[in-house]
Design a protein around this ligand. Structure first.
Ligand SMILES: [Mg+2]
Length: 134
């Protein structure tokens, strides 16, 4: 299965389970290559530390970060760094391949963390946001 197809399937299933999904797709960009020639290259428009950012960021009662890997697609070091950073921040982060479709993906997306297990910090921040919006 191509990564693009697997990703589309994950997004579809996530929406049926009530997740909001963010994905920044790669664009075909014109870049100046060696010798000044213009070449077309697929790239994702990110800045700062964005290189390797997970393919999908999902939100429902908790956040999820997902890196999608199609057949033969390997995890790059900068992608691994981002997944580790999410996990260190207490966010579930997964590398999903076609072997995980549909059983593991479905299990992850169906799982719901009860309110009482959610961090108090998350609620504190949302109260603060409400105050600023008023
Ligand atoms: Mg990917």
């Amino acid at each position: 299965m191509k990564g693009k197809d697997l990703q589309k399937a994950i997004i579809g299933l996530a929406r049926t389970h009530g997740w909001r999904v963010a994905h920044t797709p790669p664009i075909l960009a014109a870049v100046r290559g060696k010798g000044g020639t213009i070449e077309q290259r697929w790239m994702t428009p990110v800045q700062a530390d964005g290189k390797g950012f997970p393919d999908l960021l999902l939100l429902r009662e908790r956040p999820l970060a997902i890196e999608v890997k199609g057949a033969g697609d390997k995890l790059r070091p900068e992608q691994s760094t981002w997944l580790s950073a999410f996990r260190m921040a207490g966010v579930e982060a997964y590398v999903i391949t076609e072997a995980d479709w549909p059983d593991k993906v479905s299990e992850i997306l169906r799982h719901r963390v009860p309110n009482e297990q959610r961090s108090e910090l998350a609620f504190a921040v949302s109260e603060d946001e409400r105050g600023r919006a008023a």
